[in-house]
Design a protein around this ligand. Sequence first.
Ligand code: NAP
Length: 442
Amino acid sequence: MTDYRRLRVALLGAGAVGSQVADLLRRHADELADRAGASLELAGIAVRDVDAPRDVELPRELLTTDAETLIVGSDIVIELMGGIEPARSYLLQAINSGADVVTANKALLATHGQEIFDAADQVGASVYYEAAAAGAIPIIRPLRDSLAGDRVHRIMGIVNGTTNYILDRMDQEGAELADVLADAQRLGYAEADPTADVEGYDAAQKAAILASLAFHTTVPLDAVHREGIVGIDKAMMDAARHAGYVIKLLAVCERLTGQTDASAAGEAISVRVYPALIRRGHPLASVHGANNAVFVQAEAAGNLMFYGAGAGGVQTASAVLGDVVSAARRHIAGGVGVGESTRANLPIVEIGRVVTRYQITLEVDDRPGVLATVAGTLSDGRVSIASVEQTVIGDDEEGTGSARLVIGTHKALEQDLSETVQRLADSGVVERVVSVLRVEGD
Ligand code: NAP
């Protein structure tokens, strides 16, 4: 057996991911040492309660509640505790004491990423976070390294497994959101408090991380426009299916050109999370269940699709261990770690400045002239119609009927669109705005 240099590894957290990382580190120690060129010695595992039941059996003597002491003298610190504090303080302590760090903590990176990257830059340490954006799917390295010589135009990601599971079952079974959500909670696909998933917070954190890398620009979380899936119902799903679409919660990171107050090159970026219509033939439409996928469009590379498990303890542990091997190799090789590239510093535009296609569903009075009024209001608002489908939906007591109008638009400015929809709602001919959904990926 090769006599490798020993690297001291500290693990913070032994939950769903951490316990699997500890298990794999111990079971595959020899193989990992050959790949890393160093022996990875698990020095200890910090937890809240050393007596809590674990997913895998771990030696009692490795568990400690004293993370600070464990970090001291470590070469690599793996943070898998989650949350902002004390994870942030522990990572800063690790960096400042000379360790390279590995984390899967999207909430922390999306809010305090810059502080952590700056601290690492100061001392020449490296921060690895392959598991923070899409679990087991390799997407951080492709964006940070493989595509570093290309120009990314657009990323569309299904980056939250819970909401994809819910929307997929609504689509396949014609079920209502509340029923599928309750089922997802029973099966462990959704948390007891599903807010972070269904309101799009989790996807927004991942969008901020992906956009920062793709566009070499720091993207603060509050610059990400966020809408969740709570307003999606069976009727919208049925209408989408009828029109050849499926509804997915998408994280869209886009490079825009021709922005008036933008950088010298006239470029800016938009980062947004919302439920959107995707045509059935698009690769993202076939992402089923709790799977994730990230679709990247780059100038030279063209279209790339990354697909797989966006969560799960052992799956996520794969990405974490890849980072640990990279950190070990760098630690052995020495030299200064590669910092984040945020020099492009592109302006981030608000949602009102985004241009996309829409599908507007309205319930209107079924009488002569209504269609002309609707068409005129859209045209006055600089929203051009691509398609209209009208269905009669029944007579009321006075014998005047209602109709459902499904209007597909050409590309329009979000601000124009939302003002126009408001004018339609106030026009006197529209009984109800049933839904307004963006169409992405065409
Ligand atoms: P988890 O199951 O809740 O485990 C958290 C672990 O951290 C537990 O072992 C807990 O100790 C320990 N811990 C929490 N606060 C601590 C403190 N103040 N001091 C010491 N230990 C503390 O979390 P997880 O699902 O493994 O997720 C870990 C990280 O990976 C999170 O950032 C998450 O966003 C990210 N991630 C998770 C997944 C996934 O599928 N689960 C996927 C991608 C990324 P006790 O066990 O004693 O309570």
